[in-house]
Ligand binder design. Structure first.
Ligand code: ZN
Ligand code: ZN
Ligand code: ZN
Length: 177
């Protein structure tokens, strides 16, 4: 199975679990968020930036909270769609290391864009909350880039030649943004 389109995802949530009919789900995903770091250490909670419309494409498993059925599952990378990428994305760290300071101006206060393992809880078809499932030092926490307010932009980022989520190297494809 490949990625769920948003309408198919919405229909699953609205119709309920195919096994028990309940409408309580957990969607497991790799989603994008922004976290503030100070001197290489996390200094804020994650602020998720993947929109509700874009989230379904990032989901690798949908689970029924009531009976445990999994009406949807895939194993390709949630961002570049490389075969088998989900397992690599969950088990590894394919982003950059958290910089201790801006390489250009030395500021210790950086804004990091992260692709992280997380889950979304749905109650009666509605998104209830988003929960981060990987700490910054754990597998499944991939830092895509660091932005510096003083330098007015991105100062470090994952090289274009590899997927910053599953680690697949490719000179032929660019990473989808
Ligand atoms: Zn169920
Ligand atoms: Zn800077
Ligand atoms: Zn990938």
């Amino acid at each position: 199975m490949s990625a769920l389109e948003a309408p198919a995802f919405a229909a699953l949530l609205a119709n309920g679990c195919p096994s028990c009919g309940k409408r309580y789900f957990v969607a497991r995903a790799i989603a994008t968020g922004v976290m503030q770091f100070l001197d290489g250490e996390p200094a804020s909670a994650m602020e998720w930036t993947t929109s509700r419309d874009d989230l379904p494409a990032r989901v690798y498993r949908l689970e029924c909270s009531e009976c445990g059925a999994t009406p949807f599952q895939r194993d390709d990378c949630p961002t570049c769609r490389a075969p088998g990428g989900t397992a690599r994305a969950l088990a590894g760290r394919h982003g950059i290391a958290a910089p201790k300071a801006c390489p250009q101006c030395g500021l210790g206060d950086l804004s990091l864009t992260v692709e992280a393992r997380m889950h979304v809880e749905y109650t009666i078809g509605r998104e209830a909350r988003r929960v981060l499932d990987a700490e910054p030092h754990e597998p499944g926490f991939h830092i895509a880039k660091a932005d510096c307010a003083d330098c007015d932009g991105t100062v470090v980022s994952v090289p274009e030649i590899r997927c910053g989520v599953c680690g697949r190297s490719s000179l032929l494809r660019r990473r989808p943004s």
